[in-house]
Design a protein around this ligand. Structure first.
Ligand SMILES: Cc1cc2nc3c(=O)[nH]c(=O)nc-3n(C[C@H](O)[C@H](O)[C@H](O)COP(=O)(O)O)c2cc1C
Length: 321
């Protein structure tokens, strides 16, 4: 096992967190990741209380955390309260200013994890008292911004110094990614896409199949999925999805799309439920090119750690000649 400051701080065995992915990370996935030695985070996403309640119930007594899309919390203050009552190990806030919620998280005895996409949001997270900062590069699946993981992680480390703990996210799907993240100065990794394609994720089988068939060139950052769903995301964020018929039809035509979206919403929701891989957003990152199967979360954690250990010793032997 790979021990870092993160594993000690969270009392876990592997420096791996699963991302709190809206509509994909339920209680079964979060609990499976924790049981495998990492820390699983429930995808509280847009703040649906029924989803969060069911996810904590499914996680049972296993230690898990929960994540929320920060700019949505003012519309759903009760959902954060509900999650905190379930005694999560940690709450992860992403995409917005975490400051208004930091005290409530701390008072509930949970660690505050803040996902950031640039230096200003990293400084904001530290000022809010984050225990862990997740530096998310644009390779990531789902919403994110523009910086690449490769430069963002060491730059955040340089800018903030040793505290708080730092976790790398975006494009990490195997042990090579974990070893690289540690080399860049991170204390661990948060993986989304890789766990999105795990046996326990809520992801539709047809979406996983589409991601397995795609390579890393086959994803794109866009806003059409938010227009289709009626989510009013701040301009700074776009979402990475597979480049499919839906994205090609509506990408670059936001005004027309906005005019048409409300009438099409029910059909979009139904197509998503049916796992249509062409007519909805398939939320996965550039790591699609590193996903070849749909294993259990336990397999993913075990493989990632074993591979990272092998990479670390191979690199160490290079440096000693
Ligand atoms: C399907 C999917 C849904 C996501 N939903 C959320 C979310 O609700 N909240 C959040 O903070 N991040 C979300 N993310 C982003 C992750 O937190 C994380 O930054 C990303 O998955 C890391 O990059 P990777 O996908 O390359 O591993 C999502 C990612 C994916 C793939």
């Amino acid at each position: 096992m790979i021990a870092t400051r993160l594993t000690r701080a969270l009392s876990i065995e592997a420096p791996i967190l699963s991302a709190p992915m809206a509509f994909a990370s339920g209680g079964a996935l979060a609990a499976a990741v924790t049981r495998a030695g990492g820390l699983g985070l429930i995808g509280g996403g847009y703040g649906d209380p029924a989803f969060v309640e069911a996810a904590f119930r499914d996680a049972g007594n296993t230690r898990v955390g929960c994540g929320f899309i920060t700019w949505r919390l003012p519309e759903h203050p009760d959902t954060l309260r509900l999650a905190l009552e379930r005694r999560p190990v940690a709450v992860m806030l992403s995409f917005g200013d975490p400051s208004p919620y930091a005290a409530a998280v701390r008072d509930a005895g949970a660690l505050l994890i803040c996902q950031v996409q640039d230096l200003p949001s990293a400084r904001l997270a530290r000022a809010a008292g984050a225990d862990v900062i997740v530096a998310q590069g644009a390779e990531a699946g789902g919403h994110g911004a523009t910086r690449a993981t490769m430069t963002l992680v060491p730059e955040v480390r340089d800018a903030l110094g040793p505290e708080p703990l730092l976790v790398a996210a975006g494009g990490i799907a195997d042990g090579r990614g974990l070893a690289s993240a540690l080399a860049l100065g991170a204390d661990g990794v948060l993986m989304g896409s890789r766990f999105w394609a795990s046996a326990e994720a809520l992801t539709h089988e047809r979406h996983v199949a589409a991601a397995i068939a795609a390579d890393g060139d086959g994803t794109v950052r866009q806003r059409a999925t938010d227009i289709a769903r009626g989510y009013d995301w701040p301009d700074a964020y776009t979402a990475r999805v597979l480049d499919n018929a839906f994205v090609r039809r509506w990408g670059g035509r936001p005004q027309e799309h906005r005019a048409a979206a409300a009438a099409q919403r029910e059909g979009y929701t139904e197509a998503f439920r049916a796992g249509d891989p062409e007519e909805v957003g398939v939320f996965v990152g550039e790591a699609a090119g590193l996903i070849y199967d749909r294993p259990t979360a336990a397999d993913i954690v075990a493989r990632t750690v074993a591979e990272a250990e092998a990479v670390i010793s191979a690199v160490a032997s290079l440096s000693t000649g």
